[in-house]
Design a protein. Sequence first.
Length: 516
Amino acid sequence: MKIRKISLPSVFFMALLSMPMIFSQEKGPDVKKETVLDRRIHLEQELITEIPAVDRLCGKIDLIRRGWVRVGDTSLYCEEEGPMPMVLLHGGPGATHHYFHPYFSRAGKFSRVITYDQRGTGISDYVKGEGYSLPQAAADLDNLRLALGIKKWVVLGHSYGGLLAQYYATKYPEYLAGLVLVGSSLGEDVPLMPTRQYDFISKEENEKMKEIRMKIGELMKEKKIAPEKMMEILVFNNHINGDWKRQNYYRPSMDDLARMALYEWKHASDYRADMGGSIGLVDLEGAFKSCPIPTMIMEGKWDLTWNTDKPGILQNNHPGSQLIMFENSSHNPFQDEPEKFFRALQDFIWSLPDISTEQIKQWKNDLEEWKKQQEMNPSYILRTAGWGSASMAKLAGQYSPGWLTKVNYDELLKLGKALYEVKRYREALTVFKKLGAGAKAENDKISTCSAMIWQAHMLDLIGERKQAVAIYREVAAMNFNVPMRDDQLGLVFEPSGYAAERIKKPFTRLENKRRD
């Protein structure tokens, strides 16, 4: 197929997409593979709106079975190859099973490899059920196990799939023979060093990606691109212009990029928003303290999704686990260093011990106690509270000043707004001051502005107008006009512009528009 190109204007852009991306590098006998560490810049002069037509890799693999499996109220697309059961959980949330091809065919020699598209992704059904969530995804996974007639299996989770794997282990431990976490999300509410995803992307590449987004927006307004094609074109063009560096060690080929855009980032329109809300309610810190399930953690040294502290934090939450680092890998060590990866995976699976019923029973008892303790934790209470009036009033009723030393600064916004809900303005002011101090220490400009504006709001409401105006003036002088929104109060504003308005006219109470 001929590649169609459209010229672009020039503006600045910072890539916003974050997803697992698996590619193979085109090889030649004397060609050195380019890596992210080379920091080379490749820019396309034009926007490509017709992605090269490449075949799915599924049909090129000798499988035991492929097709849709009925799982409760939905059907999941599933593939199997090899002897011993091992299910692969893809990342995202919002990616598909396709990016495991063709790499995991190697594992078909020592394991019955099962890949599938999770509900709402890829070519599985987009049946929402009770809402896209971790509990539903874990239930789907176990229903898949039952439908395939499997008693126990190894669960391998990659990226977000690693979080799903860990969550599944806490809910269905008796059905796991082993747990493998590859470039896995933490599932813990702990401080982390900043992501390194943008460290190797140049200014020129950022500018080009901004151009791409603007041009696609124009074409959509002119109805020259169908909405369902927008993401394919955006993903493809971003990555040929440098965005591949965020989660890849080797530069991908054009065919690999086309496959990723066409087959490996597909999901229901509301999938990511729903899953994001569900993920925010989960904190698995301490859950695996007495876990008897053999666990192997596999991490790429150059996985820029996180920073260098992440592998150790993950292993610390899995006492007794085995950590394997891949020196020449990014987010996808099964692609970057396949010999080492699959040798380690084979050794792990072949050495799995039997796990006694008593060991599982003891861990389940420990998980019950862990859950009780977790539910008393202020951070857990804040994360799981709703945003509607009744939920916020309940949260305010649970609050005590001692919470301020036990929660992260970014959890304080909800707490302050809960106190605002019940008109405890002076206490809310104290919380917003704490939020502002934490945000400034982390150089978080958005949270800093939000905290300052809310401080001024509270001062207005308690009659301290002079102090309120002083804070409004400070925010106005920051000239920070990134659009912000407050769905509870029905506000959409730019911080500095909004603060300038409040200098002239004080804030008056607005009521919560969110429903429980």
